[in-house]
Write a protein that binds this ligand. Structure first.
Ligand code: MN
Length: 497
């Protein structure tokens, strides 16, 4: 996805006490900054400079305009001078866009020899932004504060992270998740309040019958499947029995048909994500394995067993990670390795892991699947690339959503696993396997998550903040007992939010 289509309105505050010459300089500095931001690849979207904000009516007007804009994904404010913040109350009160408070100043250094009172008046964000931040705090507004010199890489990186999170939020408001069937019978953690999800995230969470998919599937020709299989042969390695006609190749071609049919449905319903469940596959000969992997690779969110929350979160992460190195996949904690000093978790799913996280060229294979009572499905098999990654999950606690993120280090799989033909990742979670698992379980985290080597916790933190939901982080400094307290304190804060 091209994130440049998302606009971030840069609203620079001042007041009319300083005279036209000073206001002209404010506007000129803001223009230079906006231009420089737009040249930097760390700035994912398009920064759009708005007229300097100096009256309550103009400020309210800007926020009204932003709310109505389909392109505006967020608002960046910065007070070049002092800008009394009671002027901002009406605008901020109605604002529905994510807010970034950039605390910076145009000049890097104090011009020691030349500085006079005029310079001080013009370049006083050090106190103007404190007045501005006060009204945000007083109004309990969700926001990100980024402080530092505007040309510094770290400042721009943090702005870029927030922009990507805001792009995912706006994308979510225009995206449906297509549920094929309900969630897996008796499972608690894949349940959730679909109405609340739409209120909080804008997600449209609706269900279609599996018959809708099989109706599309029946219209896909053998020729279309063969055509798509040509792409498979270019992008992936094919197991030897898949290259020639026979049962295995037919199984792969069936997945190609499912991919085509699913993609048609996703397009028709304006859906950016989907779910399947192995308990509702009437009319399909295989569980969508390769098809789900392929669609994830193309940017769609996916959740197995009807897990629409992780499906949409996968979609969010795909949008946030657009153009970045690394991948994003639906994931599941499967089994542990408890060998002292080498403790690790093995993540996989029955089939549906996205090849964007693969270390090498994935290989398409066909094997029996012991669950779902269907034909042997085609799937891509690979190991996830080693390196830093995070796991993120979204749960419904009844009354509110909670996001949990765990920092992990994916490691090389040293031993062959010839009898396990699925895509998999082996990781060491922080602070360590035992404490990370204790913390995750105390927080109520699901076995399903979004795995990404392209993003850090900061992206999810920003997204949770702008979505108005609880965020729980498990990382290097986490102590489970302390986290237990934090979770209990959070109960009070998040009550009725
Ligand atoms: Mn699962």
């Amino acid at each position: 996805m091209d994130l440049k289509k998302f606009e971030y309105w840069f609203i620079v505050g001042s007041q009319d006490l300083y005279g036209d010459a000073a206001l002209k300089q404010v506007a000129e500095h803001a223009r230079i900054m906006a231009d420089e931001f737009n040249k930097d690849s760390l700035i994912s979207g398009t920064v759009v400079l708005k007229p300097t904000a100096i009256t309550p009516y103009a400020i309210r007007g800007l926020f009204e305009e932003a709310n109505a804009s389909e392109k505006c994904a967020g608002i960046i404010t910065w007070m070049h001078t002092f800008s009394p913040s009671k002027m901002w109350i009406q605008g901020l009160a109605m604002n529905r866009k994510p807010l970034l408070h950039l605390h910076t100043q145009f000049n890097r250094n104090i011009p020691w020899a030349a500085i006079d009172m005029d310079f001080m008046n013009l370049n006083q964000s050090a106190h103007g932004d404190r007045e501005h931040g006060h009204i945000h705090a007083r109004m309990r507004l969700p926001r990100k504060v980024v402080a530092g010199f505007w040309q510094d890489r770290e400042v721009r990186r943090r702005m870029g992270v927030w922009m990507r999170a805001a792009a995912a939020r706006l994308d979510g408001m225009n995206t449906a998740v297509l549920r094929l069937g309900d969630n897996m019978r008796e499972v608690a953690v894949t349940e959730g309040d679909k109405v609340e999800a739409q209120i909080k995230f804008g997600w449209q969470v609706n269900t279609w019958g599996i018959g809708d998919l099989t109706a599309h599937l029946s219209k896909v020709s053998d020729g279309q499947a063969e055509e798509l299989a040509k792409n498979y042969a270019v992008s992936y390695e094919l197991a030897p029995d898949l290259a020639k006609p026979g049962k295995a190749r037919s199984a792969m071609l069936e997945q190609a048909k499912i991919e085509i049919a699913l993609k048609e449905m996703l397009f028709e319903e304006h859906a950016g994500a989907f779910t399947t469940t192995f308990q509702d596959l009437h009319g399909l000969s295989q569980l969508p394995g390769l098809a789900a992997q392929r669609l994830m690779e193309q940017g769609y969110g996916f959740g197995a067993e009807g897990d629409w929350k992780q499906s949409m979160l996968t979609r969010c992460a795909k949008v946030m990670a657009s153009g970045l190195a690394g991948g994003v996949s639906f994931m599941e904690d499967y089994t542990y390795h408890f060998e002292p000093g080498k403790e690790a978790a093995l993540g996989a799913h029955m089939l549906e892991i996205c090849p964007s996280i693969s270390q090498g060229k994935p290989r398409i294979e066909v094997h029996p699947l012991g669950i779902g009572a269907k034909a042997d499905p085609a799937r891509m098999v690979f190991d996830a690339a080693p390196g830093p990654a995070v796991l993120a999950t979204l749960i419904d606690l009844g009354g509110r959503f909670r996001m949990i993120v765990n920092e992990i280090e994916t490691v090389k799989i040293e031993d062959a696993m010839p009898k396990l033909p699925v895509a998999r990742a082996l990781w060491k979670p922080y602070p360590n396997l035992g404490e990370a698992a204790e913390a995750w379980i105390l927080a109520g985290g699901t076995h399903h998550s979004v795995y990404t080597s392209a993003l850090t916790d900061e992206y999810f933190r920003d997204w949770a903040e702008m979505s108005g939901i609880e965020f729980v982080f498990i990382g290097r400094g986490t102590k489970p007992d302390r986290l237990r307290d934090e979770l209990r304190w959070n109960e009070a804060y998040w009550m009725d939010r």
